[in-house]
Design a binder for this molecule. Structure first.
Ligand code: TXA
Ligand code: MG
Length: 339
C-alpha cells in the first residue's frame, strides 16, 4: 500500500519523479483515468502494456499540455487539424495524424500515424506542463475491462503498486472521440464525448473546407469486439419483457461462449441467483458521467447484470454510450447473438 501524498504539490512531485525514472502513473482526465509514461522512456511505455495486459497491436494516445508541443509529433498538420485543435483542445478529441520519427513504433503499434490530445483536467494539465514531453496513456484499466473514472477504480483494477494522481471523479466519463485527419478528409474511428455534428459545426464556423470520409475498414486497431466489460457478465436486452425467465434461458447460451476472445477473458456465471438491472440517469450527459462507475457498483453482489434498451436512448446523444454498452455486453438477448 502506498502512502498518500499530503497535498497536490506532493502528488505532482511524486508523479514527476516516477515518470522521470521510467515508471507509470495513473492520471485523471476529463474523460477517463489514463496510465501514463514519458514518450522518451521506452521502458515506461513497455510497462504501460504489461501493467494493463494490453496487446502491443493497440496504439496509445499521446497527451500534451498544448497544441504547440503536440504538433511537434506530427509530420503533417493540415488546416483541419489546426482548426479542430484550436476549437476543442483542451478537450475530449483525439486527432490521429501522420507521425514524426520521434514517436516510437511501440507507441503507435507500428502505424505511421499517432493519436494526439490535450486533456481538460487541471491537475494533469499541470503535470503535462511540468514534464513538457508527451505522455502516451491508454485508459487505466485491464485490457477489455471497464474504464476507470475514479482513482479508486484504477487501484481496484491495476493494484496499489500503481501511483495514481487523484483528481476526483471524471467530468465527462466516457472516452474521447477519435478521428483521423488526412488533409481535408475527416473520419471517425471511435465515437466519443464529442459528436460528429459538433466537429462539422466547428469547421464550418471557421470556414475550413473538409469532407467526411466513411469507410467500413477504418476502425481503430484497439476497437476489439469485447471491451469495457464490467466485473460480472452484462447482457444486452432489446426490451424489458425478455427479463422474464432470463436466468434459466440464458445460462446454457452463455455456456456455449468461448472462454476468451481476442486476448480478453470472457467471464461466464456458473449459476444465476441474482440479476441486477443497470440503472442510468435519463440525461445522456449524466449517464455518460456515471456509466463506468455504475457498471462497477451495480455488479456488486450480482451474478448477472442486464442492460435494457429504452426508447429514449435512440437520441443521437446516446450513441457513444450505447456503443460502449454493446461492447461491454457478453451477449445480446433475445436475438441470441453477441453484440
Ligand atoms: O479519452 C481518452 O481517449 C482516454 C484518455 C486517457 O485520454 N484514452 C483512451 O485510450 O481511451 P485507449 O488506449 O483506451 O483508447 C485509444 C483508442 C484505441 O482504440 C486505439 O486503437 C486508438 O485510440 N488509437 C490510438 N492511436 C491510434 C492511431 N494512430 N490510429 C488509429 N487508432 C488509434
Ligand atoms: Mg481503453
Amino acid at each position: 500500500m502506498q502512502s498518500k501524498p499530503r497535498s497536490s504539490e506532493d502528488a505532482l512531485s511524486k508523479a514527476l519523479d516516477i515518470l522521470e525514472r521510467g515508471g507509470v502513473v495513473g492520471i485523471p482526465t476529463e474523460t477517463v483515468y489514463g496510465l501514463a509514461a514519458r514518450l522518451d522512456r521506452p521502458e515506461g511505455i513497455e510497462r504501460i502494456f504489461t501493467t494493463k495486459a494490453r496487446p502491443f497491436f493497440d496504439p496509445l494516445i499521446v497527451h500534451g499540455p498544448s497544441k504547440e508541443l503536440l504538433r511537434s509529433y506530427a509530420s503533417e498538420w493540415s488546416d483541419v487539424s489546426e482548426a479542430l485543435a484550436t476549437e476543442f483542445w483542451p478537450g475530449p478529441l483525439t486527432l490521429v495524424v501522420p507521425k514524426t520519427a520521434g514517436v516510437s513504433d511501440m507507441v503507435t503499434s507500428g502505424l505511421s500515424t499517432v493519436g494526439l490530445r490535450v486533456p481538460r483536467q487541471p491537475l494533469t494539465l499541470e503535470l503535462l506542463r511540468r514534464v513538457n514531453v508527451g505522455l502516451p496513456a491508454p485508459s487505466a484499466n485491464r485490457f477489455g475491462r471497464t474504464s476507470p473514472t475514479r482513482a479508486e477504480h484504477v487501484v481496484a483494477d491495476l493494484g496499489d503498486q500503481v501511483f495514481v494522481l487523484d483528481g476526483g471523479p471524471c467530468e465527462v466519463g466516457i472516452e474521447s472521440t477519435v478521428i483521423t485527419v488526412e488533409d481535408r478528409g475527416v473520419q471517425i474511428l471511435r465515437l466519443g464525448a464529442l459528436s460528429g455534428g459538433e466537429i462539422s459545426a466547428a469547421l464550418t464556423k471557421r470556414g475550413v473546407p473538409f469532407e467526411w470520409i466513411q469507410s467500413s475498414q477504418a476502425v481503430s486497431p484497439g476497437q476489439v469486439k469485447h471491451h469495457y466489460m464490467p466485473p460480472v457478465p452484462l447482457v444486452w436486452l432489446e426490451n424489458a419483457s425478455s427479463l422474464e425467465g432470463l436466468a434459466e434461458k440464458i445460462l446454457p447460451e452463455l455456456a456455449l461462449l468461448p472462454t476468451e476472445w481476442e486476448g480478453v477473458p470472457l467471464i461466464r456465471p456458473q449459476v444465476i441467483k441474482s440479476i441486477s438491472k443497470l440503472h442510468l440517469p435519463r440525461d445522456p450527459i449524466l449517464a455518460a458521467r456515471s456509466l463506468y462507475h455504475e457498471l462497477r457498483v451495480q455488479s456488486v453482489g450480482a451474478d448477472l447484470l442486464v442492460f435494457v434498451l429504452e426508447p429514449w436512448m435512440q437520441a443521437p446523444e446516446w450513441a457513444a454510450i450505447l456503443e460502449r454498452l454493446r461492447k461491454a455486453a457478453l451477449i445480446r438477448w433475445p436475438s441470441n447473438e453477441t453484440p
